[in-house]
Write a protein that binds this ligand. Structure first.
Ligand code: GDP
Ligand code: MG
Length: 396
């Protein structure tokens, strides 16, 4: 049974033919961890292609203006005593989560740089373009028991674009988010403010506002198995003290977590939280995650650095632990599944991959709104222009 019936390539469908218009959806993909154990697949050392920033108004800038500098409290001093609830809610400008940004900021970067991508001509046409956060969800899927996901996929000029769709359940939970959870989200950003300075030499300024519109995003190139990847992820800060100032190895991810007291609490932390931290930082090659542990009153009194490449050690001998090979093999299998499912090259056509814990990944097919996500400005610019804006115009 070959579920992918349609040829790749342009197929003009001007007249609505409900029966034949959409390709037949493919089979499904199982997610059981046992199916994906085996050797760790090839994963190219991620390299940074560029970066961009989003400002306090969520406006795009093709530079590093929003990059912050790691500035922890002195290690010889009294240790931290960060009040993570300070400034809530009066000095909090949360991003408007109703705005569906999809891949837009990344596409903005790609449009600007498509003519000067490394990897040679045609590299992009073979690649998968997405957010790091979407890949993180794929990596953790074999172990996830709570939250499902939906990924919309479109092929355009060969490239496969993957953009997350908020599930109805996730939307309902977001709209009904309990006040305490809202405050916890703030506390995570407040921790960043205590740990980061705006300039390399200076100190953090916790008196200012926390504005979650602001973001610095790194754009990375990698490859998983046979799948070339171009993805972008938000980076918390760079460490100006680090021996290698070269991105992404100078980057630091900041996290907060509940203070732990019993061995059982630590075990659960290793099994669940470290998996998410590992997946998120391993993908872009961010070498260290610095955790601030908060007490029930919301104060951080201790910090601990977790090297990304050592996180697996905490669960290596745990029967109920996670395995990086399973995560990466599943992700590779999903990308192969998506590549073979999305055959037609058409920016208006969407294969929607859906997953709920306990089940397999399933597929449905859609055209145009509400699932199509490649914006007209992107499609038109990519269609009309030659894929290179050479700074020195070549002779006609
Ligand atoms: P993460 O790994 O989940 O933090 O996500 P990425 O680093 O891949 O973020 C990609 C883009 O999505 C950045 O512009 C982020 O500012 C933005 N972003 C991060 N978290 C969220 C979220 O919860 N919802 C939405 N809509 N965007 C987010
Ligand atoms: Mg963080």
């Amino acid at each position: 049974m070959d579920p992918r019936g349609t040829k790749r390539g342009a197929e003009k469908t001007e007249v609505a033919e409900p029966r034949n218009k959409l390709p037949r959806p493919a089979a499904s993909l199982p997610t059981n961890p046992a199916l994906y154990s085996g050797p760790f697949p090839f994963y190219r050392r991620p390299s940074e292609l560029g970066c961009f920033s989003l400002d306090a108004q969520r406006q795009y800038h093709g530079d590093a203006r929003a990059l912050r500098y790691y500035s922890p409290p002195p290690t010889n001093g009294p240790g931290p005593n960060f009040d993570l609830r300070d400034g809530y809610p009066d000095r909090y400008q949360p991003r408007d989560e109703e705005v569906q940004e999809r891949l837009n900021h990344l596409l903005c970067w790609l449009l600007e740089h498509r003519g000067r991508l490394e990897g040679g001509p045609g590299w992009l046409a073979e690649a998968i373009v997405t957010w790091r956060g979407h890949l993180t969800k794929l990596l953790t899927t074999p172990y996830e028991r709570q939250e499902g996901w939906q990924l919309a996929a479109s092929r355009f000029q060969g490239t496969l674009y993957l953009s997350e769709v908020e599930t109805p359940k996730a939307r309902a939970q977001r709209l009904a988010r309990p006040p305490l959870l809202r405050e916890l989200m703030y506390m995570g950003y407040k921790f960043e403010q205590y740990m980061c300075a705006d300039k390399p030499g200076s100190s953090p300024d916790p008196s200012g506002e926390v504005n979650t519109n602001v973001a610095f995003c790194s754009v990375l190139r990698s490859r998983l198995g046979s799948h070339p990847l171009l993805f972008s992820g938000e980076v918390d800060c760079t460490d100006p003290q680090t021996p290698s100032t070269q991105p992404p190895t100078c980057y630091v991810e900041l996290k907060t977590s509940k203070e732990m007291h019993s061995p059982g609490q630590w075990r659960s932390f290793y099994r669940h939280k470290l998996l998410k931290w590992w997946a998120q930082s391993f993908l872009p090659g961010v070498p260290n995650v610095v955790a601030g542990f908060r007490n029930p009153e919301g104060f951080v009194s201790s910090l601990k650095t977790f090297p990304t490449m050592k996180m697996f050690d905490y669960v290596r001998n745990d029967r109920d632990g996670w395995n990086p090979s399973v995560c990466m093999n599943f992700c590779a299998a999903f990308l192969s599944f998506a590549q073979s499912t999305v055959v037609q090259d058409d920016p208006r056509l969407v294969h929607l991959f859906s997953w709920e814990p306990g089940g397999p990944v399933t597929v449905s097919v859609h055209r145009d709104a509400p699932y199509a996500f490649l914006p007209i400005w992107y499609v038109e610019a990519m269609t009309q222009d030659f894929p290179s804006p050479p700074k020195t115009p070549s002779p006609k």
